[in-house]
Design a protein around this ligand. Sequence first.
Ligand code: CA
Ligand code: CA
Ligand code: CA
Length: 286
Amino acid sequence: MGDDLVRTYTLKNGGLTASNKVFLTIDYGDVRYLQAPGSAILEVDAGNGFIALTPENTTAGKVSYVLQGNDLGTDNLLVNGETITLRESFKVKTCNLTTHYTAAWGCDAAAPCQEVHKENIVTMAAGAPNFSKVDYELVDYVNLCTPYKLKLKYKNTGSGGAMGAMYDVGLIFKGGTGPSSIGFTKHSFSNCNIGGNAIANSFTNPTYNAIDVKTAGVFNSDPDGNGIGLEDLDGDGFYDDLAPGATVELEVTVTVDNTTMGCKEPLHEAYNYGKMSFHTACDNQE
Ligand SMILES: [Ca+2]
Ligand SMILES: [Ca+2]
Ligand SMILES: [Ca+2]
């Protein structure tokens, strides 16, 4: 995903007659392949080096070309047994892309002398993101009755390159040990930040407190340093992605309600629940 791909293939006239036109259609099935960045480019080499081709027609995710004149070499013909080389360059934007090719030659695209069909499938690179647990650290801790800082560390323990990254990362922290955990009744959280840059806690509930921070589309500059924590891996302009092996740190100020509990409510590792939400490179919500 996001890789720049170059494919080279050949086209041969297996017929008995020479042709002065070759009609070629490439169907990506997705209009994004024909849009920047990395929109598809096709070049031809008929013996004198590669020449870039200009599309004749573009409809949705399909592009068609007519090769003629110098595109077919100095004789301007695709003769019997002649082979020309096509080179296609584009950026991979979907998972497991299947491309359909149709090539025909003759004098008229509507009545070609011969037509061939071919299919190519891009196999995705290996790798998958993974989250197992949140680590945490207390900062400036005096005692339970004094507000202190809590640093939550969420790591992508997955592997692989772009395929192992998390995109549009969300950071969740709740009281209790599972997804149905209810949140904290005595603790409240304020001043959520990543690298000192404020970020909203979107968790709201009249009875409980918890943390639900969504980084998608928030930071348009790197909040926590180059190569550390959040990065813009998909190039959408926002630092909301986490590479495999990277850790993002969320800092919050914790205040304990000491009017009812006498400050006897520590945050205990065994009773907290951390979770990450994210998209994978293949657009599946995890
Ligand atoms: Ca994003
Ligand atoms: Ca960063
Ligand atoms: Ca991004």
